[in-house]
Write a protein that binds this ligand. Structure first.
Ligand code: CTP
Ligand code: MG
Length: 244
């Protein structure tokens, strides 16, 4: 029987680093809100069977309208309020899944250019390894610093990856890992650990190894205003592929 894969699409952030009057998930890109780009890709990809979207509390209705206007959302089962931090938005999304689900694709809608090919490759890998994340080999040398901003270590560049989303996991495994994380969150924070992605939850709370899957350098996260320049350039490239 065909696997069922739920995508949890995260759009409940405040976009503080972007600033401006419009929250970044709602920024207009060629006539539709940024968060609908990855939704469209997930909607069109056969691997994804169900979708949960987390939005800012109070935005549930308006998001539903935006999705309807775009003619998207045929797989959207729920639009729910996210949490105060990304990890709590993910947890809330996971808790909503009460339908058959083999694998969960957790994706930041702030990454509009996720490609179907990457989703396929992630799916193939998660069936083997139970946990995998999209990423790209780092083009830059990365330094680890101490609290005063002095270099303490330089990892070998060939071992350094820049990690993206989707991050994909066997459903039961990630559900249990997130339950553990939420219950020991105070201890985790007390150690100074900030949970910034889902793989960290697996690394901390399970024995499962996380496989890195090479995605595209175009799968950028829209975080600060200069990222918008790149986004617009990529959109133009999509519209005028022959001119490249
Ligand atoms: N996100 C979320 N719930 C939160 C925080 C973030 O669903 N409490 C989502 C964002 O909407 C985004 C993704 O997680 O799609 C990655 O987060 P990030 O790029 O940090 O976005 P923001 O948190 O919105 O931005 P900032 O950190 O600059 O405030
Ligand atoms: Mg954030």
């Amino acid at each position: 029987m065909k696997d069922r894969c739920t995508a949890i699409l995260l759009a409940a952030g405040k976009g503080l680093r972007m600033g401006g009057n419009t929250r970044k998930q709602y920024l207009d890109l060629e006539g539709r809100p940024l968060f609908t780009y990855s939704l469209a890709t997930m909607d069109n990809c056969d691997i994804i069977t169900d979708i949960v979207i987390t939005v800012l509390k109070g935005d549930e209705e308006i998001c539903k309208e935006m999705i309807d206007v775009c003619g998207l959302g045929k797989k959207v089962r729920k639009i729910i309020a996210g949490g105060s931090e990304r990890c709590f938005s993910v947890y809330k999304g996971i808790k909503q899944i009460d339908w058959p689900c083999n694998y969960v694709f957790i994706h930041d809608t702030a990454r509009p250019f996720i490609e179907e090919d990457t989703l396929k490759r992630l799916y193939n890998e998660v069936r083997i390894h139970k946990a995998c994340v999209a990423g790209v080999p780092s083009k830059d040398t990365v330094k680890i610093s101490d609290s005063e901003g002095f270099v303490v270590k330089t990892p070998n560049r060939k071992d350094v990856w820049i990690v993206q989303t989707p991050q994909v996991f066997e459903f039961e495994m990630i559900r249990e890992a997130y339950e553990k994380m939420v219950h020991s969150y105070v201890d985790v924070r007390a150690k100074g650990v900030v949970i910034t992605d889902d793989a960290m939850v697996v690394e901390f709370f399970t024995g499962c190894r996380v496989k890195l899957v090479k995605a595209s350098y175009r799968n950028i996260k829209v975080t600060t205003p200069e990222d918008l320049v790149t986004v617009l350039a990529y959109l133009k490239e999509k519209q005028e592929p022959d001119k490249q």
